[in-house]
Design a protein around this ligand. Structure first.
Ligand SMILES: Cc1ncc(COP(=O)(O)O)c(C=O)c1O
Ligand SMILES: N[C@@H](CCCC[NH3+])C(=O)O
Length: 440
């Protein structure tokens, strides 16, 4: 072990052990060693290698059940947060609908057995092929995002007199700015998504879809103001603004989007889905929607983020006296681009000493060829962290695997589900040959 040359920081809460609530539900610590789903994490890493995404299956199921308890039939999982066939199966077993926003997400949903009528198709630029596929399988709802999409639907949907018409929602941008990173704000007027209220686009879209010649049937409006939102009042405000336009339309359904925030680091709150649903329902009532309006919500991050930890192996430790200590691991921005994209913060810890104090200030970096390849800036680790240690980052179940890349031809890590003492690899590790598989 190399002593830390810069024990500069005074005692702070971050130097304590990792807060337990940031670990998946079934995490246990015995003699310092972390187990999830009854599986010892260090033994698992020895078996499957690192980096690896380790998901607590019971945690995933518990959050799905919480979503169903909060939203009933309208509980819909936003697949962009984390998607693979095993997750699609799990979500279908738990009875949630699924928000898919591309043909690829649709394909995985169908491969996992999600009933087509439980699918909601999103996207600001759905291709004719994507719309055609959705219409052929009979997705439950298409969320129309633009006039160009309406043109495509008019070309694709045959006007069979009297026959059932595909049910659509219109996505409306209410002009409400959520308090979150600007890259993941979507409710403001200046947005690539949806029909603006203030510009009159939403009203024009309603008129067009309600015209007698329309091949689709308008059954609801949809609003999604952004992602990683902690202020529940932002959701309420969006619905209040939308109400003046929406209530007189007397539509039976209302999609309130996703976006519930999740705590990533010590001290950040995690509002529950139950609280979110209560706030939304109260806002809907207060704004004058009829009692019977069917509300659907699309949480992604809130279902999956805290279910997983990412495990890495420490390869080098570089100390720069008076500056910082770099701990390099065998993954990086290719398995977690969020710090680079949004400056997102994470915690870090050692699964061999998961309840140990973490007095040593470090910056955890990946193996990619750029200085921005940071996983945890100013993280805390036990003082005896050493080359060869397994290092983990909690709350990495959302937008890590789903946004992973093979930058620098680093193969993407496997996804392992753990439950009841068993580990099963649901997405295998990419191989070097996989990296050549698409080359002509
Ligand atoms: C239309 C739509 N619904 C749901 C979500 C899910 O968001 P989150 O993972 O923040 O809950 C998103 C992403 O922000 C989205 O664009
Ligand atoms: N990718 C973003 C969230 C995007 C939300 C998708 N609509 C994140 O990692 O926080």
């Amino acid at each position: 072990m190399i002593p830390d040359p810069a024990p500069e920081a005074a005692a702070s809460p971050a130097e304590g052990p990792l807060p337990r609530h940031l670990l998946p539900d079934t995490a246990t610590i015995d003699g310092g060693r972390l187990a999830i789903g009854g599986v010892d994490v260090l033994d698992l890493c020895a078996e499957v290698g690192t980096p690896a995404f380790v998901y607590d299956e019971a945690h995933l199921r518990a959050r799905c059940r919480e979503a169903v308890a909060a939203w009933g039939e309208g509980a819909t999982y936003a697949s962009k947060a984390f998607w693979c066939r095993a997750m699609a199966r799990l979500v279908a077993e738990e009875g949630l609908g699924v928000d898919v926003s591309t043909g690829g997400e649709l394909h995985v949903a169908l491969a996992g057995g999600v009933p087509p009528d439980r699918l909601v198709l999103h996207g600001n630029n759905k291709s004719e092929a994507e719309l055609d596929a959705a219409l052929r399988v009979g997705v439950g709802r298409i969320v129309v995002d633009s006039f160009d999409e309406l043109d495509r639907l008019e070309r694709l949907v045959p006007r069979t007199a009297g026959g059932p018409r595909p049910a659509v929602w219109l996505r409306v941008t209410p002009g409400v700015e959520a308090h979150t990173h600007e890259y993941v704000r979507t409710g403001q007027e200046d947005s690539k998504f949806g029909f603006g209220l203030a510009s009159g686009a939403a009203a024009a879209a309603v008129d067009r879809v309600r015209s007698p010649r329309s091949p689709v049937e308008l059954v609801g409006l949809h609003v999604h103001i952004g992602s990683q939102i902690f202020a529940l009042a932002s959701f309420a405000r969006a619905l209040e603004v939308l109400a003046a336009f929406a209530v007189p339309l007397d539509l039976p359904e209302l999609g309130v989007g996703g976006g519930l925030g999740v705590g990533y680091v010590d001290g950040e709150p995690t509002p529950s889905m139950t609280e979110w649903a209560a706030t939304v329902r109260a806002a809907v009532r207060a704004a004058g929607w009829p009692e019977g309006v069917r509300i659907a919500a699309e949480p992604g991050r809130a279902v999956v983020a805290a279910a997983a930890v990412t495990c890495y192996r420490v390869g080098t430790i570089k100390q720069l006296p008076g500056i910082r200590t770099y701990v390099s691991v065998d993954g990086g921005m290719s398995d977690n681009p969020r710090p680079v994209l949004y400056g997102s913060g994470y915690e870090t810890f050692l699964p061999r000493a998961a309840d140990a104090p973490r007095p040593r200030r470090v910056t955890v970096v990946g193996k990619h060829c750029e200085s921005g390849d940071v996983i945890v800036r100013d993280g805390q680790l036990p003082g005896d962290v050493a080359v060869g240690d397994v290092l983990a980052t909690p709350v990495t179940g959302a937008y890590g695997h789903s946004m992973a890349s093979t930058y620098n031809k680093v193969p993407r890590p496997p996804v392992v589900f753990v439950a009841g003492g068993d580990a099963r690899t649901v997405v295998r590790r990419e191989t070097f040959d996989d990296l050549l598989a698409l080359d002509a």
